[in-house]
Design a protein around this ligand. Structure first.
Ligand code: TXA
Ligand code: MG
Length: 350
């Protein structure tokens, strides 16, 4: 199949192109599009065949539910069987934006879209291209991240093209995304809201709006790898580069020394070594291929660059990859959640 590539500047939107892409969705086709978090692979959420096509294009297990993207709060009411008070409060505070709410579903969204679950994940994105596409199509759009299953999520259209060219009908290139990490997923089906996937909107921000919030123990730290996460997608190996990635954690000085030592040994053994460093440390490595993820004092930059850096390590054919730790104050939990998964929880403490 030929993938039609649309070029749309989010600041000066060409509505004719949006209409063409929307038409593909209405006819049951798939269109990848930018959101403020990562690129999504969209299909009509009410069409079971479109959902099946999404799983096929991504090579994703069909028991891993999709997120339904809406462009109006009332659409949440249309597809939920019941809504707790917290849904209104959180959506008032954070929609449109990088937050997904899990609620009990009614008949309208088919089980194909929710991976067989009686709950549905819903998000109202803030990216102008995403909302225009939802509105013009008249559909609610089911969209997982637009990567091949298991690869890092796409933060620009070229990433999507690499993974899905020839497998989907359309791709809207709307430039680089802003945040670079997928949305925060909050489960509202139990008494206390629970974060199933950390993101840009963190626990403290949610708690200011609804009081107590819990975090699914499965998303925390290394010692919990055996706990089964509530979001099916968090079970799978994910975000992973092809090389063997290890995270080195400890005092900056010691971390740099340890990575430098391992890189030297690996290179001597004939391995291609990649190092994920920061602006503060990149000049201190003399072995390996060093990629700078950003400035430690700018955690938004680190979040934004994470998936692109992991993809670049693949393109460069790196076999062993060492990363510094990015447990930054605000979104560090979200960054480290992705990095730990990418590293299959291999952490070296120094
Ligand atoms: O930022 C985002 O959320 C991006 C953009 C495109 O909106 N989308 C995204 O979708 O990351 P995806 O499919 O890659 O991740 C969805 C996650 C998966 O881990 C899935 O298991 C979980 O949400 N999920 C979806 N529906 C669920 C449900 N009913 N209950 C629990 N987890 C659910
Ligand atoms: Mg994904």
């Amino acid at each position: 199949m030929e993938t039609k590539r649309f070029q749309i500047d989010p600041k000066h939107m060409d509505m004719e192109q949006i209409r063409q892409a929307a038409q593909i969705l209405r006819e049951g086709g798939l269109v990848a599009f930018p959101t403020e978090t990562v690129y999504g692979l969209g299909g009509d959420a009410e069409d079971p065949d479109a959902s099946r096509a999404i799983y096929a294009a991504k090579g994703r297990p069909s028991d891993n539910p999709l997120i339904v993207h809406i462009c109006d709060y009332h659409q949440l009411e249309e597809i939920a069987s019941e809504l707790p008070e917290t849904a209104k409060k959180l959506s008032d505070a954070f929609w449109p934006g990088p937050m997904t709410l899990i609620v009990k579903k009614n008949q309208r969204i088919p089980l194909e879209t929710t991976g067989g679950l009686e709950t549905v994940a819903v998000r109202f994105p803030s990216h102008p291209v995403a909302t225009a596409l939802i509105r013009e199509s008249g559909c609610m759009i089911a969209a997982p991240s637009a990567n091949t299953s298991g690869r890092p999520s796409p933060t620009n259209a070229d990433h999507v093209w690499t993974d899905l060219n020839g497998k989907i009908q359309g791709l809207i290139d709307g430039g680089e995304v802003e945040i670079g990490l997928e949305s925060t997923i909050v489960d509202l089906t139990e008494e206390v809201p629970m974060i199933l996937r950390p993101g840009y909107i963190n626990k403290e921000m949610l708690e200011k709006v609804v009081g107590e919030v819990r975090v699914d123990p499965a998303v925390l730290g290394t010692e919990n790898v055996h706990i089964k996460p509530k979001a099916p997608g968090m079970r799978y190996k994910h975000y992973a580069p092809k090389g063997n990635l290890k995270i080195v954690t400890g005092q900056e000085e010691t971390v740099v020394k340890e990575i430098e030592k391992m890189a030297t040994e690996d290179e001597a053994a004939g391995k291609k070594v990649g190092i994920i460093a920061t602006a503060e440390t990149e000049d201190r490595y003399s072995h390996g291929t060093v990629l700078c993820i950003g400035d430690r004092r700018n955690e938004d930059e680190i979040a934004h660059n994470l998936f692109a850096v992991l993809r670049e390590m693949d393109e460069l054919g790196m076999e062993n990859i060492y990363s510094e730790d990015f447990s930054t104050p605000r979104i560090g939990q979200a960054i480290m959640n992705r990095l730990l998964k990418a590293a299959a929880h291999q952490v070296i403490e120094v």
